[in-house]
Design a protein around this ligand. Structure first.
Ligand SMILES: *Cc1c(COP(=O)(O)O)cnc(C)c1O
Length: 371
């Protein structure tokens, strides 16, 4: 494992901030019982094995992952009574893995419902729990309007299944004025009318901030837990979680007409200083950041110049002439957030987080140790 002495960059993850973000979202939605935590993709790249137990300690009891494998991993680190649900549902032939490890599938189509029902009837004494995903406008996963009505007309298709709730997913929750939010809320309310009494779940992080009409019985935040702004056009209400500092390997003086890096895409103008940092696109520092990204030295902004290479990136540090090899440049931090870096790369914070590299020295600030 890379440590602080040997690694090209240090990634600090604040578990106390993740726990505080979860509590804040739970409070917005009327209590802990109503707030799940989405920890798919290794908790958005931050490490599900560390993040999920911290959320459990904070009071979280319902966890969502995308894949069966992620559910199996999570089951090993969470108490047996933790609810773990799998968004993608059972692939054919994996039904027994779900029951063996007490994972709850999200059933996304008639075929998954049929297979889960058949599995329950063949192997289970009690009905097997599941969530049913209704598509209200995403057109990605979930039962269509017709399939939903078929299900209501033929309740026998749910034999052996204990439906724990209905789930749907918002396509445009981060754009509050988008008409699809209203359309989806109405469509979901209509479905709720078809299956009265079943708990409902609609909102992701941004959906929570649309208002209580979108909350249902269980909200499913992911991004906001990890400090991304769920309200992109307003100040970020969440606490920052990630701090990334890259190590300077060399500092050199340059003058025109020199160029920097592959493709000679950056032309030096006048005298300047270039710092080469031991982070590259193999670490998830996206190649799109070439000549567009920036870092911070103290409060000083230092721009990325030239292309990002696999293991290295170059910054113009003329504005911070005192820096030396061995010093750290802040790539993500309070003055330059994940969302800021994402904007520079022309992407979203989700992609920056889930791309965070495996070569970093990862350190977790554990809130229990500090309590
Ligand atoms: C990823 C995901 C979420 C969490 O979304 P965020 O925008 O990260 O809060 C919720 N529900 C479903 C179905 C998802 O796939």
């Amino acid at each position: 494992m890379p440590n602080e002495r040997t690694a090209g960059a240090v990634l600090s993850i604040d578990l106390a901030a993740i726990a505080a973000n979860w509590r804040q979202l739970a409070a917005l939605c009327g209590g802990a019982r109503r707030c799940a935590a989405v920890v798919k993709a290794d908790a958005y790249g931050l490490g599900a094995l560390q993040v999920a137990p911290a959320l459990w300690d904070a009071g979280g009891r319902v966890f969502f992952v995308a894949h069966l494998e992620e559910g199996l991993t999570l089951r090993r680190v969470l108490p047996p009574v933790a609810t773990i649900a799998v968004f993608n549902g059972p692939l054919a032939g994996t039904e027994a893995d779900f029951t063996a490890h007490d994972l709850i599938p999200v059933l996304n189509c008639p075929d998954q419902i049929a297979r889960w029902s058949a599995h329950a009837r063949a192997h289970a004494v009690h009905p097997l729990p599941a969530l049913v995903h209704i598509d209200t406008g995403m057109n990605r996963l979930g039962l269509t309007e017709r399939e939903t009505r078929d299900l209501q007309d033929r309740p026998g298709s749910l034999d052996g299944i204990a439906v724990r709730g209905l789930l749907s997913h918002l396509a445009c929750a981060d754009i509050p004025a988008h008409p699809l939010n209203e359309t989806q809320a109405k469509a979901f309310a209509a479905v709720r009318g078809l299956f009265p009494g079943l708990p409902t779940s609609l909102a992701n992080s941004s959906g929570i901030f649309l208002g209580t009409r979108w909350h249902g019985d269980l909200v499913r935040p992911g991004a906001a837990l990890y400090g991304l702004n769920p309200t992109p056009h307003q100040p970020n209400p969440m606490r920052p979680v990630v701090h990334l500092q890259g190590r300077i390997l060399q500092v050199r003086d340059v003058d025109s007409p020199k160029t920097v890096g592959y493709g000679a895409t950056y032309r030096v103008v006048g005298k300047g200083r270039i710092a080469t940092v031991a982070v590259g696109y193999a670490d998830g520092f996206l190649r799109a950041l070439g000549n567009r990204g920036s870092g911070r030295i103290g409060n000083v902004r230092v721009p990325v110049v030239g292309r990002v290479s696999m293991d290295l990136v170059t910054f113009d540090v003329s504005a911070a002439p005192e820096v030396q090899p061995g010093d750290l440049i802040e790539l993500i931090g309070p003055g330059h957030t994940v969302d800021d870096l994402a904007a520079e790369a022309g992407t979203i914070g989700y992609e920056i987080l889930t791309a965070l590299g495996r070569r970093y020295c990862r350190s977790y600030r554990d809130f229990k140790a500090e309590a």
